[in-house]
Design a protein around this ligand. Sequence first.
Ligand code: PGA
Length: 253
Amino acid sequence: MRKQIAAANWKMNGTLQQANELLDGIINEKISYSPHREVVFAVPFPYLILAKEKIKNINGYKVAAQNCYTKSSGAFTGEVSAAMLQSIEVDYVIIGHSERREIFAENSKMLAAKVDVCLANNLSPIFCCGEPLQIREAETQNEYVATQIQESLFHLTNDQLKNVVVAYEPIWAIGTGKTATAQQAQDMQAFIRNIFKEKYGDEVAKNISILYGGSVKATNAKEIFEMPDVDGGLVGGASLSVPEFISIIKSLK
Ligand code: PGA
């Protein structure tokens, strides 16, 4: 069975004290471990080492950065390199979140380079894709998402793609309280898996984890995660509440 993942995307939220409380609250719940399940904490940069320290020696927990830069070192004030993240043993890096694409003008070419630098440093990218509302209303979301994937991932080899996780996040559902229906998530994620099948073959496509993101919460997680091509979620707002996120973790297949 491919990996089922509940990833907490804290975004730019929480003080050090709140980070401590959130991490402790979730880790102390001692959710029963299963080798095909993972809980990922995508915390702001200042808390990565803290999160890493707290999950040490506990199975099933991983840590993600929310971004990285394409260069390994140098005069790039304010940026963080994949090499730095590797040196503190981060596991994943979120690449191409719609907020990075929209607010920080990250384009497909830059995201392809970020994917490359992650893989070169043994970090698994959680690659985000997803359409804005006007594209959904025009019913061209499949072409839109296919292009995002082709432009930033299709240069990878089969072996490289095995280390990538994809997150489908329709922009109209992020932070809006408006969730895609379980069926809308399933339809798109089956489509995405098929894109990988055509390019990389059945074996790679079958094993790639595709998460859904966009207003996942305790009350809708189970229905969405039950869909055959949904392998868990990338969770923003609801990951900032201990009981909400625990319930979401327990909704994984
Ligand atoms: P949300 O965010 O759960 O608050 O909609 C999801 C995301 O942006 O990753």
